[in-house]
Design a protein around this ligand. Structure first.
Ligand SMILES: [Zn+2]
Ligand SMILES: [Zn+2]
Length: 324
């Protein structure tokens, strides 16, 4: 098994300086299919959902400034993933914990109940929101950011604190905060940071609110903020199950160098990443799509709901069984 890195959602300017020059070659169709692996190992009723149809476009050629212009991503096929032997959900470890750090004011923050419901549908796991922890003023090495003049806390300090509090039945423990974050003193900020080995992470939703940048909130800002928070939460949590960045299809597991790049990426997992998630969490993909469909419909995210509905239509009827 490869050593697991500390993952950071990077501040774009620093990424550009650190790693410019990587060239990305898009995988061929055969490589994409190879990355999914042998679908015929799967029960008949899920096999179809791992077949890439027109709703899974191959990953686009990266444009100037995109993640893949700066990062040499090795890719990770399903077979490589399975062989690496990452921890899977089982009777002992089956819960995803969300820990609010500080205030989540209803007027300014994404709803924790909705994020919980979304993560529960996406991962088909129980997601539990822990009582909020309110750090005192000097906790987690706070500083004032020189550009925004807002308070930031140090991710590393938070990760260490979380590690000591990882519940025995946790798949992972994720702190979420409306405070801005920084990973060390040379950096301007990070959206979040996770330790795969320790199964803890911390993510800030501060920068999803236009008011953070003293910009006017548009009519849909709250919905956009929830969507962004849901996307980051699922992307980062999937990293904790050992999923690398996806280089095969348009996918929620594509790397993103900026909010704009992340916004352009889908909420759904491609067949390669869906199969990995299914392996890690042992869920029923049909039931998962049904629950995601209900969530998207309730949020009036109709494009996403329609996308899921098309996937469900592919499942042979009747499909009431469950994968092992
Ligand atoms: Zn990532
Ligand atoms: Zn993918």
């Amino acid at each position: 098994m490869r050593p697991l890195p500390l993952l950071r959602l990077l501040a774009p300017a620093l990424v550009a300086v650190a790693t410019a020059g990587a060239a990305f070659e898009r995988p061929s169709e055969n490589e994409r299919l190879g990355a999914i692996g042998n679908r015929y190992e799967e029960p008949e009723f899920v096999r179809e959902l791992f077949r890439p149809d027109a709703d899974f476009p191959p990953i686009a050629t990266p444009r100037r400034g995109d993640w893949l212009m700066f990062h040499r991503e090795p890719g990770q096929t399903f077979d490589e993933y399975r062989a690496a032997g990452f921890a899977r959900a089982d009777e002992q470890r089956r819960l995803i914990y969300l820990l609010p750090l500080g205030e989540f004011p209803a007027d300014d923050a994404p709803s924790l109940a909705r994020l919980r419901d979304y993560a529960a549908a996406f991962f088909q796991a129980e997601v539990r929101v822990l009582p909020a922890y309110f750090p005192h003023d000097l906790e987690f090495d706070p500083r004032e950011n020189e550009f925004t003049h807002k308070r930031q806390r140090l991710t590393r300090a938070i990760l260490g604190w979380l590690h000591a509090r990882l519940p025995a039945d946790a798949l992972c423990l994720l702190a979420v905060t409306m405070d801005d974050l920084y990973p060390d003193k040379e950096w301007n900020f990070v959206f979040g940071q996770a330790s795969l080995e320790d199964r803890v992470g911390v993510y800030s939703f501060a920068r999803y609110d236009p008011a953070f940048f003293d910009e006017k909130r548009g009519p849909a800002w709250r919905d956009t903020a929830l969507r962004r928070a849901g996307k980051i939460l699922t992307h980062e949590t999937a990293h904790m199950f050992g999923l690398y960045h996806c280089i095969y299809f348009d996918c929620v597991m594509n790397g993103a160098n900026s909010l704009a790049e992340s916004d352009a990426q889908p909420l759904h997992a491609c067949p390669v990443c869906l199969r990995k998630l299914q392996h890690a969490l042992r869920f029923d993909p049909v039931r998962r799509y049904r629950e995601l469909h209900a969530f998207y419909r309730d949020r009036q995210w109709f494009e996403d709901a329609d996308w899921v509905a098309r996937q469900l239509k592919r499942v042979p009827v009747p499909a009431l069984g469950r994968p092992e």
